[in-house]
Design a binder for this molecule. Structure first.
Ligand code: MC0
Length: 152
């Protein structure tokens, strides 16, 4: 990991844990499982062709704690490869940031590898980037700047 502390690098840019992402082979089965056993409510579903996923965002009773279920559209997608290598399980931790470009720039400056040169489109019109898991202690960290009309 980088010698710089998160406070030195990102400071107030990180506003929350936006979601935890779980790779699943079957989205509908997983949505039903987390609803039945944990009472999580499916608040949003979409297909993201660029990322090769069908995803569902589930919310807990506080209205802001979110679990993202990710099913692959193709075997050679990030989720398809993850399932092949590791099986179903936690695939990513997503930090909500106020400015994804500024956050990425600061992390690059600290020597961490960002996966994209420029932000891409994520869930619900958000702008996203990722930090390589090998630079984050084995955790794939996503940076999420929510769409201005959907933040909070
Ligand atoms: C791979 N590795 C991981 C990992 N994926 N470690 C922790 N968590 C993960 N999720 C490890 C491998 O085990 C390997 O370790 C090393 O990283 C390099 O693996 P690789 O062969 O390069 O693996 P790939 O080809 O599967 O690529 C990994 C990479 C990829 C992180 C670059 O998954 C990627 O581009 N991810 C970003 C996009 C993404 O995840 N999209 C799906 C969610 P060893 O020790 O064996 O060398 S889309 C999403 O999240 C959107 C919709 C949203 O939230 O809005």
């Amino acid at each position: 990991m980088s010698p710089s502390s998160p406070a030195e690098v990102l400071g107030a840019l990180v506003t929350a844990i936006d979601h935890v992402g779980i790779a699943v082979p079957d989205l509908d089965d997983a949505v039903a499982f987390y609803g039945r056993h944990f009472g999580l409510v499916n608040e949003h579903e979409e297909t993201n062709e660029d990322q090769g996923v069908r995803e569902a965002m589930l919310v807990a009773g506080d209205g802001d704690t979110r679990l993202q279920l990710l099913a692959p559209l193709r075997p050679d997608s990030a989720i398809g490869k993850f399932l092949e290598r590791s099986g179903p399980g936690i695939q990513q931790l997503a930090f909500r940031v106020s400015d994804v470009e500024a956050a990425a720039e600061r992390l690059r400056g600290a020597g961490l590898r960002l996966l994209y040169d420029a932000p891409r489109t994520g869930t619900a019109g958000s702008r996203i980037n990722f930090v390589h898991p090998k630079d984050c202690g084995g955790v794939l960290v996503e940076l999420v700047e929510p769409h201005p009309e959907r933040s909070g």
